[in-house]
Design a protein around this ligand. Sequence first.
Ligand code: HEC
Ligand code: HEC
Length: 320
Amino acid sequence: MADKSRIDEPTGTEFVGHEWDGIEELNTPLPRWWLWTFYATILFSAVYVVLYPAWPLVERATAGVLGWSSRGELVEEMGRADLARAGTFEQIAATDITKLPADPDLMGQAIAGGAAAFKQHCVQCHGAGAAGYEEFGYPNLNDDDWIWGGELAEIEYTLTHGIRWEGSDETRSNYMPAFGDVFDADQLDAITQHVLSLSGKAQSNATGAELYAQNCAACHQPSGEGDQMQGAPALNDAIWLYGDDPAQVSQQIAYPRHGAMPGWSDKLDPVTIRMLAAYVHSRGGGEYAGEATDEVAPETGEVATDEVAVAPEDGGDGQL
Ligand code: HEC
Ligand code: HEC
């Protein structure tokens, strides 16, 4: 055993007194900075334990004299956000959707709120940019081609009651009949060509034109203008729900898809639905009552007036 109190000459440090095969251990003190940091952390944790929740107990952690909790902080922050929004929400709730554009500030806030809700509830079908997915019959919401109407109140109604949705008695609904068993292959081909001719993509033919007038014009209108009252899409434009490939068109004629969208009245509050309608309307192609009526009047004048009168009433019916 080496002498414990011996000093190592070059470093001036004491030996610990252990020796292995002639190698001895020095008793080098911990560096000052390290030691003070160490004491400081102990002090910090002691103060922390007193002030904040620290020791986990059965039900909850020790409270800490400040009474802070992460849940409390969240509740407080949400309360603040709610308060900030509450005024806006109430204002939107109290404003008929057709009157929103008259208050650009409120409309702007509704659109912003709708954009946020759209990200959460709509993108899976209509896409992040609301451009839809043609192959699945999820319509593009950015264009001015509307199946069920592009006025604010019409969009709000569509969102509230859905399309072919079992959850609402007032859902938008119309079932195109299946012509697969009605037409033979030649007739199906002829009518497909005629349908494509309405948008200039094929040559029409007498058989197809006649079949169309008899079987299709009531819903899709004589020149394929479509009818929003019935949710019959226009066939004379370049915008397709299911694609303009002859095979897809004849598939739809033979076995219509009957695309469906759930109504949102059971998932979302009326204000969120109103904001979503404002957002969709703002994407482009949104129509205003006067404009649309003028446009539709010559062909379906009676129907269009009905629609304008009925939709807002129903849309607001007991909802707000
Ligand atoms: C499960 C898929 C799905 C989801 C989710 C969905 N939609 Fe739809 N949406 C559809 C389908 C399918 C149609 C077309 C139905 C038809 O054939 O008429 C449609 C139609 C619409 C229309 C009518 C367009 C027109 O031309 O009249 C609007 C407006 C609309 N959706 C908005 C929304 C909004 C806003 C949300 C989110 C709250 C949403 N959709 C969520 C599937 C969906
Ligand atoms: C009772 C009304 C009704 C009748 C009659 C009807 N349709 Fe339709 N049609 C619809 C509706 C509603 C849709 C919407 C698509 C769906 O089924 O989801 C549609 C969709 C279509 C589409 C798809 C359009 C697109 O954008 O992709 C084609 C094509 C079409 N119909 C052709 C016809 C032809 C041809 C006839 C006659 C042989 C016909 N329809 C008769 C109501 C009707």
